[in-house]
Design a protein around this ligand. Sequence first.
Ligand code: SAH
Length: 248
Amino acid sequence: MVPIDPIRIVLVGTQHPGNIGSAARAMKTMGLNHLVLVAPRRFPDPEANALAAGAEDIVQQARVVASLDEALQGCRFALGTTARDRAISLPEHTPREAAAALLEHTADGGQAALLFGRERTGLENDELMRCHGRVFIPCNPDYASLNLASAVQVLSYEIRLRRLELGQLPAKAPLMAEAEPASIDQLERLFAHLGEFMDEIDFHKGRSPDMINQRLRRLFLRARMDEREIKIIRGLLSDAQRLLRQVK
Ligand code: SAH
């Protein structure tokens, strides 16, 4: 079991269950798993599971509570996301600053919350007042309201970036195990082998090999080959030579 994340995503009064599923999916892609739903209008609902698309575990684990106070229990720090300015004055954060603050406040084992409002009306003033700050995703001033799950995605991504920066997540495993870069003498042996092969197939036909050799060198040096790649090319040349010698 993956431990529950110290940063909880709190969706307040969500109207469409599909948005809960999409938010869960957005969270899971970024490695978050702690979802709290305050008085969702329709939940549980098949639409939430349908849109979770592989993140149903996050939906199923979601804690449903009746009030924001319950959702914030145990948290030391909370930020509220808003699509527009409100009358109340609160420190304003960019998503990047918000991620840094959330991680800072959970660094010593504490818990923190990030709040998202209703699709139509957002967070109420008294809900925002419980927060230490608000977060605004910079966007087109003429159309500043993102879909709820899109807003969750942006913030979750920033949290992931910050965790990567802090070295809290394992870096992505390379697709193939890296081989050592080839040394100059390995490359020289490859060029010699190639020269031998070209002679055997009479590639130059009496012309000077210099220009071709220079170009081939340039090509192979540009490729910054590793040891394994050199082995593959030399294996290929050796096999071709073996077959040639059989026909000759
Ligand atoms: N008309 C509502 C929009 C709500 S959109 C309003 O004015 O608040 C649903 C939720 O998505 C918002 O409550 C907020 O949590 C989040 N959201 C949408 N756009 C956002 C933005 N530009 N910055 C931060 N949060 C945003």
